[in-house]
Design a protein around this ligand. Structure first.
Ligand SMILES: Cc1cc2nc3c(=O)[nH]c(=O)nc-3n(C[C@H](O)[C@H](O)[C@H](O)COP(=O)(O)OP(=O)(O)OC[C@H]3O[C@@H](n4cnc5c(N)ncnc54)[C@H](O)[C@@H]3O)c2cc1C
Length: 556
């Protein structure tokens, strides 16, 4: 078998998974049924959580002028009565903090996001997305999967058969992989239709304003479910907007038939004939579906990003990417024969409650904005939990927490995460102002630069136990595959000790952020095991014993 993993679908979920598996040294193929890449902005709201897990996206966002999501929405009457708009807050901008260096969501068009991933994958691993190639069926065996696809060459369909170790369906809402695996797609499909897409606006009749740039037209007194939304795309040098036009009585088929019908409908509904339009980038029909799989895979075949929801919360793409982060490291270890196949069950076990909670939240937002009975519409303010800091796998079968041991405590997989607690199963926070010695030169770093998507990072806070504790932990770590572990000794700022030869790296917590953000006191020895997906797998106070307990579930 020359290909370890075949990924069907080159959206953000499939491409993120591809990159993570390639970094792990697996060989992959990515097939995409479309003949060209989608040009639309669609899932542009990047939640911070995604940026902290995806170093590539974080680095890109930091190196470019990537704008924040507009904080406010301007509500006009439809048709516009010339009165000043009502301003409603979408998200409350917050200051960055040392544990959350990118507090506010950014706007990065899904088209640009995907292009960035594709280019990186091609440049660094020589893997190109195979367009015009549609997965049709597969047969699963105990040690391989046979995949049947159809590739269009010229105008001719050519059947191809590929034998791989693993098949991943990142093939979206209508996933054929999901259907063939016989997974249920639980949920509902509310009655509503909309037309969405991206269009250029000529002149300055609509503001590309990062705070107040999002304009919405609705009927006075919320008399109908009609809504027209124009969100600035904030693409430098372009007056581009993502439009969304929905309502029960709209003739969406006619509106979406061509640019002229779209513009006509916009002018009729909003009354804003002064707004002139330029090039239409794309448009398509959108129908609300609120559904998810009951299981994320079976045997050697898994799905990623196979859930659909209202875009009101800006969660969908982010959640698909996080599916991929959860799956990638587990699949890589199993494929290399280092982890038991049963660890793959925890992919579904960890992601199912998170996605179910996400669907509940985005559906509530959807009902407020679109589905509410006439006269009951509310604005869709996005709460803190939608920043995704609080998503957690607490209490999961793979998670070990020796500090917080109350098994009866209720678990909220989509908690807001603003209560200052840090437990096993939570997203690992950042900590800046760490320094280490490199060739006799003091270098500053932060934890997000230390974590990798391939290795578990073991943060050792020695407390008052000192060298013996570090020696015991380091000796235990040597029993596990060294290529997949990275140990960091975190010394308190008061420390005058030299780097430890026992760990891969020694840092001094110069400003005390690591101790503070991980809620560690300078006297109590504590070990955090941060997984390759950026979650805390274990919070250990017992040292050797705890490490053995945690790694016995991970490594064979
Ligand atoms: C207007 C709008 C705004 C949105 N805003 C946000 C937002 O702000 N934030 C957010 O997180 N999400 C948002 N979303 C949702 C986001 O766009 C989706 O969640 C995202 O596209 C899902 O990514 P994915 O990779 O899982 O699936 P997809 O993007 O659907 O990719 C699946 C791919 O698989 C391909 N495929 C399907 N079947 C096959 C097959 N048999 N063989 C080969 N290839 C196949 C498809 O052609 C497609 O390219 C928005 C969506 C819309 C419509």
């Amino acid at each position: 078998m020359s290909t370890d993993v075949l990924i069907a679908g080159a959206g953000p979920s499939g491409l993120s998974l591809a990159l993570l598996l390639l970094r792990n040294g697996l060989s992959i193929r990515i097939i995409e049924k479309q003949s060209q890449f989608h040009p639309g902005e669609r899932g542009a709201g990047i939640q911070v959580h995604t940026t902290s897990t995806s170093a590539l996206i974080r680095v890109f966002i930091l190196s470019q002028e990537v704008h924040l999501l507009p904080g406010n929405m301007r509500y006009f009457a439809a048709p516009d009565d010339g009165k000043p708009p009502r301003i409603s807050t979408l998200v409350q901008p917050m200051d960055d903090t040392p544990d959350r260096p990118m507090m506010n969501a950014r706007l990065l068009g899904q088209n640009t996001h995907e292009q960035l991933l594709r280019e990186h994958i091609l440049a660094n691993y020589g893997v190109q997305v195979e367009l015009d190639t549609e997965l049709r069926s597969f047969e699963q065996h105990s040690d391989h999967v046979v995949v049947h696809a159809v590739k269009t060459v010229g105008s001719k369909p050519v059947e191809i058969t590929v034998t791989v170790n693993w098949l991943i369906g990142a093939d979206g809402a209508r996933s054929i992989v999901r259907k063939q695996l016989g997974l249920s797609f639980l949920g509902e499909s509310p009655q509503m239709e909309a037309v969405t897409g991206d269009i250029h606006v000529v002149g300055d009749t609509l503001k590309q304003d990062p705070i107040d740039g999002w304009s919405i037209w609705t009927q006075p007194d919320n008399a109908t479910s009609l809504i027209v939304s124009m969100r600035p795309c904030m693409v430098p040098g372009e007056n581009l907007f993502q439009f969304f036009m929905g309502g029960e009585k709209l003739d969406t088929l006619k509106i979406s038939s061509n640019r002229e019908e779209l513009v006509k409908a916009f002018h009729e509904i909003t009354g804003r004939k002064d707004i002139a339009f330029g090039k239409l980038v794309w448009m398509g029909l959108w129908r609300p579906n609120i559904r998810m799989v009951d299981n994320f895979g079976k045997g050697r075949v898994f799905v990623a990003g196979v859930h659909v929801h209202s875009p009101t919360g800006g969660q969908g793409m982010n959640s698909g990417v996080q599916d991929s982060f959860n799956l990638a490291w587990k699949l890589a270890l199993v494929h290399k024969g280092l982890a038991p196949q049963s660890i793959l069950d925890t992919y579904s076990g960890e992601r199912t409650p998170v996605i179910a909670s996400m669907l509940n939240m985005t559906t509530e937002l959807f009902r407020k904005e679109f589905g509410a009975k006439v006269g009951q519409r509310q604005d869709f303010y996005r709460g803190h939990e939608l920043r995704q800091f609080g998503i957690n796998y607490r209490g999961g079968s793979l998670i070990l927490d020796e500090k917080y041991t109350d098994k009866n405590e209720p678990i909220d997989p989509y908690r807001s995460g603003d209560d200052g607690t840090v437990r096993a199963g939570d997203r690992a926070p950042d900590a800046p102002s760490l320094t280490y010695l490199d060739a006799n030169e003091t270098v500053a770093t932060c934890l997000f630069d230390v974590f990798t998507t391939v290795k578990h990072t073991i943060l050792i806070f020695p407390g008052s136990a000192g060298e013996n504790f570090v020696a015991e932990v380091s000796k235990t770590l040597r029993e596990y595959p060294s290529n997949f572990l990275k140990s960091i000794l975190v010394l308190p700022r008061s420390s005058t000790k030299l780097p430890s030869p026992l760990t891969d790296m020694t840092v001094v917590d110069t400003e005390g952020y690591a101790h503070m953000n991980y809620a560690v006191t300078e006297d109590r020895p504590t070990v955090f095991v941060v997984r390759p997906d950026g979650y805390i797998g274990a919070l250990i106070t017992s040292g050797e014993l705890g490490l053995r307990r945690y790694f016995s579930s991970v490594f064979l």
